[in-house]
Design a protein. Structure first.
Length: 398
């Protein structure tokens, strides 16, 4: 097995393994790297020497004001671990409430991460040329994972901790996505999942919705209600979430930990770090380790979240449920980052420019980060500044 080649008997604090990985191609660190000579000549240099982190970074440990505790939806008292035990396995509940700075990534999870990690850090030289900017634009590309995005960084450990407790999982997908995104459903089914369009008639909450509206297209809220109900009623079933929760953001910090090292290897320090925010997980994953370095006074990048003007949350706030990670909202309130909103047409325009220069067709979400990076690069063109712009490119369009 190739994996056995990459175990380092003396791991350092945050990084382990002798693995060197170009995209998703692994090779033995003790043998000459067949990719190196061709890459050295490449116009898009990729950091090659990175290793997979052995720890996730928990930013809560470094915050001067801790985030307020989540409240019980019925009593409004702070949630206790036992309130969550029917939803999540014990280890994930601990991670949700932890204030430990570093949390060890289980070896078996690291082994699976090796399928696509470390992910490449790519300089967008062709985009720079197209924009005629003196800025240097880098993107950390999570699209090399099997699912084509950053999501497996947390899906894998969530499944692993659940499996340790003998949990079985099923998936509820919003009916509209079930019909409109058939490839996502097919991918999940190919990997062995049972996928139900929500609202379904398998749960009380789903049946109630269907009674009122048999053609309901579903919503994230309804799908969550069905999944939570299933988890609450069945001993062997738990609930998993792909964003928003503290432990999801925690797992995504492998992105930023790798990237700090990759930027160091290239001799670069970011002036601006940009990422899109839906629930906040890919953005937090890239930025939290950089915020740590910023708090230590090692660098001073601007950290900028980008959301759609059509459904803003950080830039509008308000008293409604906005679906943004509470931890990220707290960090925003503390002033460690800024947020902007960009209209869809500008995002699509940016995505086309990116696809036609860099070759990758981005997922809809990172088009927001791309548009913001292009804005920044064009400002640099006007001002003549050669800023280093680092962007989270969290997935491709599949
Ligand atoms: C590729 C991709 N990027 C980004 C997101 C937004 O989520 P988050 O803000 O948690 O990264 C999603 C949401 O599902 C996604 O599929």
């Amino acid at each position: 097995m190739a994996q056995s080649l990459f175990i380092n008997p003396t791991p350092t604090l945050c990084f382990k393994g002798q693995s060197k990985n170009h995209g998703n191609v692994l090779f033995n660190a003790n043998k000459p790297n067949p990719w190196k000579s061709s890459l050295a000549k490449s116009t898009s240099p990729r950091a090659l020497e990175t290793e997979i982190p052995t720890h996730w970074y928990n930013i809560i440990a470094d915050l001067p004001i801790k985030p307020p505790p989540p409240l019980h939806p019925k009593t409004f008292a702070p949630l206790q671990p036992q309130d969550l035990s029917h939803l999540f396995p014990d280890e994930l509940i601990k991670q949700e409430a932890s204030d430990e700075r570093f949390i060890v990534i289980p070896d078996e999870v690291v082994d699976i991460y090796r399928l696509w990690r470390p992910t490449p850090l790519i300089r967008a030289k062709r985009l720079e040329k197209l924009l005629d900017t003196p800025a240097r634009i880098y993107y950390k590309y999570e699209g090399v994972s099997p699912a084509g995005s950053h999501k497996p960084n947390t899906a894998v450990p969530q499944v692993w901790y659940n499996a340790q407790q003998g949990v079985k999982n099923v998936v509820w997908q919003v009916r509209a996505s079930y019909d409109q995104k058939p490839y996502r459903k097919l991918m999940m089914q190919t990997w062995g999942a049972k996928v139900h369009p929500s609202p379904s008639n398998l749960t009380e909450s789903g049946r109630k919705i269907l009674e009122m509206d048999p053609l309901s297209p579903g919503s994230l809220g309804i799908a969550i209600s069905e999944a939570v109900e299933m988890a609450a009623l069945n001993e062997d079933t738990k609930y998993c979430l792909g964003s928003v929760l503290n432990h999801v953001l925690l797992h995504q910090t492998v992105i930023g930990e790798e990237c700090i090292k990759q930027m160091e290897d290239l001799g670069e320090t970011p002036d601006v770090i940009i990422g899109c925010t839906g629930g906040g997980s890919n953005f937090a994953g890239l930025c939290f380790p950089f915020i740590r370095e910023k708090l230590k006074g090692k660098m001073n990048p601007l950290i900028r979240a980008v959301e759609p003007t059509a459904c803003p949350s950080l830039t509008k706030g308000g008293l409604r449920y906005h679906g943004m990670a509470p931890l990220l909202s707290h960090i925003y309130e503390l002033g460690f980052m800024e947020a902007i909103a960009i209209p869809q047409t500008e995002c699509f325009r940016g995505a086309i420019q990116f696809a036609r220069s860099e070759g990758l067709i981005p997922a809809p979400e990172p088009t927001h980060a791309i548009a913001a990076a292009i804005r920044e690069a064009l400002h640099c063109k006007e001002s003549g500044e050669s800023k280093v712009i680092l962007m989270a490119m969290c997935g491709h369009d599949n």
